[in-house]
Design a protein around this ligand. Sequence first.
Ligand SMILES: Cc1cc2nc3c(=O)[nH]c(=O)nc-3n(C[C@H](O)[C@H](O)[C@H](O)COP(=O)(O)OP(=O)(O)OC[C@H]3O[C@@H](n4cnc5c(N)ncnc54)[C@H](O)[C@@H]3O)c2cc1C
Length: 391
Amino acid sequence: MTTITKTPEEARNQIVSMVRDFVRREVEPAAADHDANDTVPYELIDQMKELGLFGINVPEEYGGMGLDYTTFAMIFEEISKGYMALTGALGTHHILTYVLTHYGNQEQRDRFLPRLATGQIRGGLALTEPGGGSDVGALETRAVKDGEEYVVNGSKMFITNAESGDAFCLLARTNPDASLKHRGLSAFVIEKDGSPGFKVGRHLDKLGYRGLDTCELFFEDFRIPAENLIGGEENVGFGQVMSGLETGRINVGARAVGVAQAALDASMRYIQQRETFGVPISQHQAIQLKIADMATKIQAARLLVYDAATKKDSGERIDLESGMAKLFASEICGEVSMEAMRIHGGYGYTKDFPVERYYRDAPLMIIGEGTNEIMRLVIARQLLRRPEYQL
Ligand SMILES: Cc1cc2nc3c(=O)[nH]c(=O)nc-3n(C[C@H](O)[C@H](O)[C@H](O)COP(=O)(O)OP(=O)(O)OC[C@H]3O[C@@H](n4cnc5c(N)ncnc54)[C@H](O)[C@@H]3O)c2cc1C
């Protein structure tokens, strides 16, 4: 028997096309209902488990697919074309798998990655607090060592997958006296264990990104085994989580490209059907200018996302590239989804067409994984450090 080995390009095309089929067949028909009723799409999540999508950045030895970050971005783009909120089940899950893969010790990788890769347990990221999300270094949740355990007290805000997820990457303060605030933070992997010390708070009623649970978390003398300290080292959690957030910024950039592309695709269909002044509106030059700008911005955003993804694969820190990709892609997604609504006229303002949902979903990408104001600060800081700009 001849064995046909796929090139990386063929393997990528195969998985992206499998995801595209799943989105057309299963996701697109279900999206509007989940969005309207704000119900978690468990049936779609189960199908994503079967497709292996909870293990896309998990190494094969732990049961994942070990895909490169460009393929990772393409998968997020495809799903977002059908229903952006569904990618929320995968986004922070993959930050947890990234942090465990790169910073966890062998015992932690063995204990968590195989279950995360299949989706048997679903992950999330518990970083933001009610007191603020941008100033991560200032977070106040405390983890105090007590024998072979840590005792956690504090609360987290806006945690995606809080109700439906099982395990979280928690960033908590272990050294309140650190001279630099962010050097007193440690990352833990925590699991819901039914104990009263770990409570999930209210399900937030959101503008968009509906169907995915975003909630508060409360910790009251919540005890976690000391072996859940990621990598077994205290006070290095900030860097571990920030490195994981780069993958988050690739995924958020890719989601923005997906939503913007869906908005353009819907507009392309509409302008060839809708007539005014005796011709399809596609014949009006003002409409043509809009679609040309929309398509150009989307392609530029896509290339920035791929550029960040390619550099992430090389193992470099990509604060600059992932910041640029997330900033640009999410800003153009806001612009393109607004233009799509305008192109649809009054109908764009109704729930009869999906552009209304794209318009409500777009701002999440501007805020999530660090706001775009913070992205600009990250980019500027990186530029100022460059040798070529030193005076
Ligand atoms: C739907 C949703 C899902 C989310 N999921 C998660 C999750 O799973 N896990 C998680 O940990 N977090 C999550 N977040 C939180 C998100 O990352 C934060 O909302 C975000 O980082 C901003 O924090 P904040 O809301 O506290 O705003 P703040 O930090 O209070 O900022 C308020 C405003 O001030 C601006 N600002 C702040 N500092 C500066 C500065 N130095 N210079 C200029 N402008 C500044 C900000 O850009 C913003 O416009 C989610 C948020 C949403 C809305």
